[in-house]
Design a protein around this ligand. Sequence first.
Ligand code: PSU
Ligand code: MN
Length: 348
Amino acid sequence: TLPLVCRSCRFKWSASSVPTRKAHRTISSNRRYFQVSEEVQQAVAERRPVVALESTIYTHGLPYPDNLALASRLESLVRVNGGVPATIGILDGIARVGLGADELVRLVSSAGQPNMMKISRRDLGFALGRRGPDGKAFNGGTTIAGTMILAHEAGIRIFATGGLGGVHRGADQTMDISADLTELGRTPVTVISSGCKAFLDIPKTLEYLETQGVAVATFADGRDGSIDFPAFWSRESGVRSPAVLFDELEAAKVIHAHLSLGLDSGLHFANPIPEQYSIPQTQMEEAIGRALEEALAAGATGAASTPYILTKIKDITGSKSVTANKALVEANVIRGTKVAVALKELEL
Ligand code: PSU
Ligand code: MN
């Protein structure tokens, strides 16, 4: 196999080489905890456009086999658009980048089982270093934060998903701020999503990303340059995006410049939901209000908060939001793959 080289710190990873940088002293030096599929290793080494995909949306967002259908669909969308998909998650106590078809089935079909975890940065050691209550190794869906860490370790720079975690409403009381935001501040991966859901505090989320040094922009396509940072189901949030991108080439140029400087922070490029699926914020607000009340009553805090609220909103709004959800994540994966292709062309 070809040597794997980290595109941001140029660490050459092979069985015999010694990790040189902090970021690579931890996981990648030990195959016992971390495995990158042959296909993804090859693609990274050959600098083909690889797109990371997270797994919390499958393990903590959708029932089996709906989650499998979406996971397979997103992988094929990457391929059709000229990229190599790298679905990331924890399987049998090993952090995996790139899963075979049967492995993907095993991961997503274990949603809801006692050995299934939701994996953000803080959880990795627990998931890999211990066994579950049933004596079996853990499986885990990686959040945006968890997926960014493993993607970066594997040398992947582009990652597409549905929605970003954020600063929760009432964070001044609860301190609930998603680790996705701090991860974007410390890991040089570009996340393409449809912004964050309106159950979060979007102005505070953007302030927090600014403090963390995260490059934030929104794709405007043919529209004029003054558009909102999107709120997942809605193209409008009432908050102006700090920057605007007109196409994938422009996005790739920003990433190229950012990474060439060796900046450690990440980038978040928001891709507004396709117009025909967009749900006006006023329609979502009632469902959000009820979901937040129920989460409070159920005592769903910490890591349980986001999945709980998302499930409640899904129950209240039904098929309309599920259809919108699927449409936007597909659009983001296509967009992300095109950015990865453009980035590759810049480097030729
Ligand atoms: N927002 C969504 N859909 C999701 C998530 C967030 O619209 O599936 C998931 C992502 O995996 C994200 C995580 O990284 O929730 C954030 O969880 P928390 O707020 O606990 O950090
Ligand atoms: Mn949280």
